[in-house]
Design a protein around this ligand. Structure first.
Ligand SMILES: [Zn+2]
Length: 141
């Protein structure tokens, strides 16, 4: 499996609205999440209202880029034609230090080597000139 060679033929995220802003930061090599300026809570996926205090006021706050593997699954059989040559693939939910969770994949870890609580850090992969995806690699700790 080569995760680096499969990216461009995959479905890509929508780049409009708040999602577009999130991926715009990624394109600049920065992982940022919305942080409520009312109560300070981070949130992801991007949305207008804070789920904790209902405030509509927020900012894009830079993440440390560090987190741990919260959970994952191993996809053995592709459910989309673009992933036929990418299996097995392990979509991973990373719990960031800020408390939000992000669905991604690891660039340097076979599915059999994944472990809950494994420290990871973000890396950025430009899959098209317009789209850069946040992915993760193992981190020392
Ligand atoms: Zn809030």
């Amino acid at each position: 499996m080569s995760q680096d060679t499969v990216a461009c033929d995959k479905p890509l995220p929508a780049l409009d609205g708040l999602s577009g802003q999130f991926y715009g930061w990624c394109r600049q090599g920065e992982l940022r999440f919305q942080r409520c300026t009312g109560c300070g809570a981070f949130r992801h996926v991007p949305r207008e209202m804070c789920p904790h205090c209902n405030s509509m006021e927020w900012e894009w706050a830079r993440s440390s880029g560090r987190g741990t593997v919260y959970t994952w699954t191993v996809v053995e059989r592709a459910l989309h034609p673009a992933f036929v040559n990418a299996t097995p693939i392990a979509p991973v939910v990373v719990e960031m230090e800020e408390g939000v969770r992000l669905l991604s994949t690891l660039v340097d870890c076979a599915p059999a080597d994944l472990a809950i609580g494994m420290p990871v850090e973000v890396v950025f992969e430009a899959v098209t000139p317009e789209v850069t995806l946040p992915r993760f690699r193992r981190a020392a700790r």
